[in-house]
Design a protein around this ligand. Structure first.
Ligand code: URA
Length: 427
């Protein structure tokens, strides 16, 4: 005998009323058990999309999703734990240098990640371009690497964490109910809270290559997630960062690993270094470490040492050559001037079409596919100068990638406004 009739629960939200705590707990549990069917949950998700949820409902929805699975607990570790989550962008490889950099200062980073879907890349896909590296780890291996090992783990989130979200996210993906702030916020935060981190820094991307195209929407998403963290006693802070143009000078799996290693070697593009250091400083500050020089740890090799240990602990051949697509194509500037726009979405879709991303979960990705960027907005360019190099294993993919770049590269007479990486912060 079920506690509620799902048709009544859907009607409450359809008519614009708030769901009660027992209704929310029941519907999430019943959906996870299969007693509420996909078509009923799809109707409820659409009602939530159209009618919204108030703060109490979002908080309860998140708690119910956490309660659908296991919750990790790192309180017994000798080190504090801190994590970051990015809402996803183009060329966003920050997790790779960030996790080892934070671990240098004796703060453990349990970074349980996902794979890419659509035009944004996934951290696990990137790391899998390192020969031998494996994404799956047991809970015991995670605890040991965080406690006695190098202190940083990047691995696949196990099936036990927030299983209700796994089911619901797949359903939202095929029912046009992904881009809904209460559902995005509860989805992200249920996984991060279940993961057991002590503090959490959110990187909420804003711009063409992000979920949130405008800054007001991004602020609302960030505020909602920071509040959910506070409700669950996880110290949470959010940065709003620019995703109108790709981060750094590479997009694609192995290419982004290569650039991350450059950052860990004390070099790398300025925007990637700035964002890595900003997020690292905040994660450390929230873990009680205020007097730290994160830039020095990149320059003197300490972060690189942790990276090597972290990759080797998961079977990765840290010195192996990284793959690169067998076919390439160079995109040239069509005129003299200043590069005004290099649109993040266009570049992200082009890289995806080259084979770096997947359309459905089961698709394979090409480790060596992607795009090298030779000029960024604000750079002067000459007609015939290389702007991008496209890489893929399949020549037939190149024309389709070029199509998505049409309109995404704009050369003009004057320089665009100087770009800031961090646009705002919410704590
Ligand atoms: N990422 C998630 O994990 N969930 C969402 O709903 C959107 C992005």
């Amino acid at each position: 005998m079920e506690l509620f009739d799902v048709v009544d629960v859907i009607r409450v939200k359809r008519d614009g009323h708030a769901l009660t705590k027992p209704q929310i707990d029941w519907v999430i549990d019943a959906y996870t058990r299969g007693a509420v069917k996909d078509e009923q949950m799809a109707a409820l998700a659409m009602a939530i999309f159209l009618r919204g949820m108030n703060r109490e409902e979002i908080s309860q929805w998140t708690s119910a999703m956490i309660a659908s699975g296991e919750r990790m607990d790192f309180a017994s570790l000798a080190r504090p734990t801190a994590d970051k989550h990015s809402t996803g962008g183009v060329g966003d490889k920050i997790t790779l240098p960030l996790a080892p950099l934070v671990a240098v200062f004796d703060v453990a980073v349990p970074q349980l990640s996902g794979r890419g879907l659509g035009h944004t890349g996934g951290t696990l896909d990137k790391l899998e371009s390192i020969p031998g590296w494996r994404a799956s780890m047991s809970n015991e291996e995670i605890y040991s690497q965080l406690g006695e090992g190098c202190g940083a783990v990047i691995c696949a989130a196990g099936a036990g964490l927030a299983p209700a979200d796994k089911k619901l996210y797949a359903l939202r993906d095929i029912t046009s109910t992904v881009d809904c702030i209460p559902l995005i916020a509860s989805s992200i935060m249920s996984k991060k809270i279940a993961e057991g981190t002590g503090s959490l820094v959110l990187d909420v991307k804003v711009g063409s290559g992000a979920f949130m195209k405008d800054i007001d929407q991004a602020r609302e998403l960030a505020r909602t997630m920071v509040d959910l963290g506070a409700d669950a006693d996880v110290k949470t802070f959010a940065y709003l960062t620019d995703m109108s143009t790709p981060l750094g000078l590479t997009v694609g799996n192995a290419l982004e690993v290569r650039e991350s290693v450059e950052v860990l070697a004390g070099g790398g593009p300025a925007d990637v270094v700035e964002l890595t250091c900003t997020l690292a400083r905040k994660m450390l500050e929230m873990s009680g470490k205020t007097d730290v020089d994160v830039e020095a740890a990149l320059k003197d090799g300490r972060a690189m040492d942790v990276w090597r240990e972290m990759i080797e602990a998961q079977g990765g051949e840290v010195d192996a050559e990284l793959p690169i697509g067998t076919e390439s194509h160079v995109v040239l500037a069509r005129e003299d001037g200043v590069l005004q726009t290099l649109d993040a979405l266009s570049v992200g879709v082009a890289s995806w079409r080259l084979g770096a991303g997947r359309a459905v979960k089961e698709d394979p990705v090409q480790a060596g596919a992607g795009i090298e960027i030779h000029a960024k907005p604000g750079d002067p360019v000459k007609k015939g100068q290389p702007l991008l190099t496209l890489h893929t294993d399949d020549e037939w993919r190149i024309p389709r990638a070029l199509e998505s770049l049409e309109g995404g590269i704009v050369i003009g007479d004057s320089a665009p406004d100087a770009a800031c990486v961090v646009l705002d912060e919410i704590g």
